[in-house]
Write a protein that binds this ligand. Structure first.
Ligand code: UGA
Length: 431
């Protein structure tokens, strides 16, 4: 199978979630003809009106720039019949046991295979969803080939994991540290050059399984760095040492790197907890026990309660205490509350009878669905009025600027779960 550099070749991106949407918009911006497919018609209407269903900096602008030219969203798979390449970007959530739920992958492969029956040209199927090693070869490839009636002579399968962070996904896509391409087909180099023309990054060609595994291992290592910093931070706090200074010293060693060492309330989001649970489950299925990753998750589970205990010790009880919670999302600059560290903290405070006032620049509507009993207010300043304590849980820049606003508090008890505040009257969770 040959791959010419014909830039009119079309691309179908399957799955209009966070990864699919960013991938489709960025590929369109690079000059490709892209159709984004999602079964949710309401989502498709919003995307075609340049309204992203997820809050991501620059995404609405990118949609507006490319929609109607080389980008369109659709709720059917018609575009696959004309496409040269399809990218699977559907979600792979965790099952009850922690393993990856591949039902959306299966559904996407069936629809893709069905549409490919009417496509007699060469076709490339790219897996961008995070899937356990072996999934492309043992599930995606046979399912697509069987449903489409195609042969592996004119259908190439490639694993190309994504490393997009919410909040900086567009720049992560356009300026990646590396592109990983897992395939056993010689044409993969040409395909990757065509797909990512305009992006300058080293490309690592591997087996399909290696590419799939590299995604899990990257997330697991980053999460390990965070839990490591948090454990060291807990010790440093007892010893009167600043963990941030320690990690700065440590990170200057080129073998270590200074990134992802920010100690605090722990990691959340749709990816790290899910992927680490899936890797633990993979280890078990393979006959191994992942003691290190279990410890990473365990540290992350208990870390948020440190704030609750800190406050309980200060007040000798939390019943009736008015607590301002600033930052409800799993991190700053997103409305995503999945696995947010605010969730166990809110639960614990409510169980102890505290009165909670919440504020977040983007995530309040989402948190309201989970905890309608909390009072949600329009600004940090409103949250601080009459508060007995203030807890800061994201690195939102607007919290960094807070100063005189703390004068409105009943008691100046301020604990930060992320190192962001300038005020001197704060305590850190582990500094
Ligand atoms: C993460 C990875 O960083 C991406 O490379 C990957 O593509 C993505 O998951 C995914 O698998 O799709 P994301 O979940 O958007 O991206 O967020 P991160 O910026 O990585 O932060 C994750 C969590 O770790 C947040 O709760 C953040 O506050 C916390 N964190 C991060 C720390 O506690 N300390 C740090 O030093 C860095």
């Amino acid at each position: 199978m040959t791959c010419s550099s014909d830039s009119t070749k079309q691309i179908s991106v399957i799955g209009g979630g966070y990864v699919g949407l960013v991938t489709a918009a960025c590929l369109a911006d690079l000059g490709h003809m892209v159709t984004l497919i999602d079964i949710d018609e309401e989502k498709i209407r919003a995307i075609n009106a340049a309204r992203s269903p997820v809050a991501e900096s620059g995404l609405n602008e990118l949609l507006a720039k490319n929609l109607g030219k080389n980008l369109i969203a659709s709720s059917d798979y018609e575009s696959v019949k004309r496409s040269y390449l399809s990218i699977i970007c559907v979600n792979t959530p965790a099952t009850q046991t922690g393993s990856a739920d591949l039902s959306s992958i299966e559904a996407a492969c069936l629809s893709l295979g069905h549409a490919l029956r009417c496509n007699s040209g060469d076709h490339v199927v790219v897996t961008k969803s995070t899937v356990p090693p072996g999934t492309t070869e043992s599930l995606i490839q046979p399912l697509v080939l069987r449903t489409s009636g195609r042969s592996d002579k004119n259908t190439i399968f490639l694993s190309n994991p994504e490393f997009l962070r919410e909040g900086s996904a567009i720049s992560d896509f356009m300026s990646p540290d590396r592109i990983i391409a897992g395939s056993n087909n010689d044409a993969s180099s040409e395909i990757i050059s065509w797909l990512y023309a305009g992006i300058s990054a080293p490309v690592m060609f591997t087996s399909v399984k290696t590419a799939e595994m590299s995604k899990y291992v990257t997330n697991a290592f980053l999460a390990t760095k965070i839990s490591f910093s948090n454990e060291i931070g807990n010790v440093c706090k007892r010893l009167g040492i600043d963990v941030y200074e320690v990690m700065q010293c440590v990170g200057m060693d080129h073998r270590i790197s200074p990134h992802f060492f920010n100690a605090g309330v722990g990691f959340g989001g749709a990816c790290f907890p899910k992927d680490i649970r899936a890797l633990i489950s993979l280890a078990e299925e393979s006959g191994e026990t992942s003691r290190l990753l279990q410890a990473v998750m365990d540290i992350n589970r208990t870390q948020p309660y440190r704030i609750v205990h800190q406050l309980e010790n200060e007040f000798g009880g939390l019943a009736g205490k008015r607590i301002a919670l600033l930052g409800l999302a799993f991190k700053a600059a997103t409305d995503d509350i999945r696995e947010s560290r605010a969730i166990p903290i809110i639960q614990a405070f409510l169980e102890k009878g505290a009165v909670l006032v919440g504020y977040d620049p983007l995530a309040m509507e989402n948190m309201k669905k989970l905890f309608p009993e909390i009072d949600y207010v329009k600004s940090s300043s409103d949250a601080l009025q009459g508060a007995d304590a203030c807890i800061v849980l994201t690195e939102s820049p607007e919290f960094a600027a807070l100063n005189g606003e703390f004068d409105q508090m009943n008691t100046r008890m301020i604990i930060e779960g992320r190192r962001i505040l300038q005020t001197k009257e704060k305590q850190g969770i582990c500094w």
